[in-house]
Design a protein around this ligand. Structure first.
Ligand SMILES: [Zn+2]
Length: 270
């Protein structure tokens, strides 16, 4: 498993309950023993930009300092992209523009930064979007092109559909649940080829959604998100609830890369 390539899928705004209810393909993979699943407790505040940084640095917001969505700056910490680059691993992302701002270039230039192919950057191959209603279907196609063209060692795929539908209609709405189901269907169309190429695939979320269409605090629907590991040999689940800070070291462990001292929470099943 060491020295594997990893695809990290962050389904923005998808809580654990909705995922369990709607992600029929991934749940079927778990039932068949081809994937494992954890309940992840997010760091706080349960907002997007702070938790993007948590997922990539293994640090809670009170330590990495991106405490609100309005703190617009590059990451000050070691993160998955910089660690990959320090060890000559290829990186790519199809993601929201805030990921470009955290890891490549700030402030985001909607023309120049949308398509990035620059070997010197943390995210060497990036396709970014700014509109929250950018369709998940298009985003996954953006990602798949980067995978086929560049064979990245670490690939971030970050669609916004669940968060968008959750904010507009609420976390218990039909629209939110159908969006989760659509994401699962799209994943099922790409996953077999990713596994064929030897990728380890992690699917998680930054935070969930409450029924009023909000997140940021401590409600379970907001703080509990799923983590799936789809692999020829999935990591065994020996914990009921895992800390979101475990995701970054788990990616590094799968890739056979050193885990920096800043990451205090151990990788899953380390
Ligand atoms: Zn949101």
């Amino acid at each position: 498993m060491a020295n594997s390539k990893v695809i990290l899928v962050v389904l923005d705004g998808l809580g654990y309950g909705a995922a369990t209810q709607e992600l029929g393909y991934l749940e079927g993979m778990v039932q068949a023993g081809k994937a494992s699943k954890w309940k992840v407790k997010t760091s706080l505040p349960s907002n997007s930009r702070p938790l993007y940084e948590t997922i990539h640095t293994g640090l809670p917001p009170i330590e990495h300092g991106v405490l609100t969505n309005d703190i617009v700056r590059l990451s000050h910490c070691e993160h998955l992209f910089s660690i990959c680059r320090a060890h000559d691993r290829t990186t790519a992302a199809a993601a929201y523009s805030w990921m470009s701002e955290l890891y490549n270039h700030v402030p985001y230039d909607p023309v120049e930064d949308r398509e990035q192919d620059d070997e010197s950057r943390n995210i060497q191959h990036g396709r970014f979007y700014q509109k929250d209603d950018y369709p998940d279907f298009e985003l996954f196609a953006d990602a798949e092109l980067l995978i086929r063209r560049h064979h990245p060692d670490f690939m971030l795929i970050h669609p916004m559909g669940c968060d968008y539908k959750g904010h507009v209609y609420g976390g218990s709405s039909d629209q939110y649940h159908k969006q989760a189901s659509r994401a699962d269907q799209i994943l099922s169309t790409y996953m077999p080829a990713w596994l064929e190429k030897g990728y380890e695939v992690l699917v998680t979320a930054d935070h969930g959604m409450d029924e009023k269409g909000w997140h940021g605090g401590t409600l379970e629907v907001v703080q509990h998100v799923p983590l799936y590991h789809v692999s020829s040999s999935p990591i065994q689940n020996d914990q009921d609830v895992v800390d979101q800070c475990a995701i970054a070291p788990t990616v590094l462990k799968l890739m056979g890369l050193p885990i920096p001292d800043q990451m205090k929470v151990a990788a899953l099943n380390a």
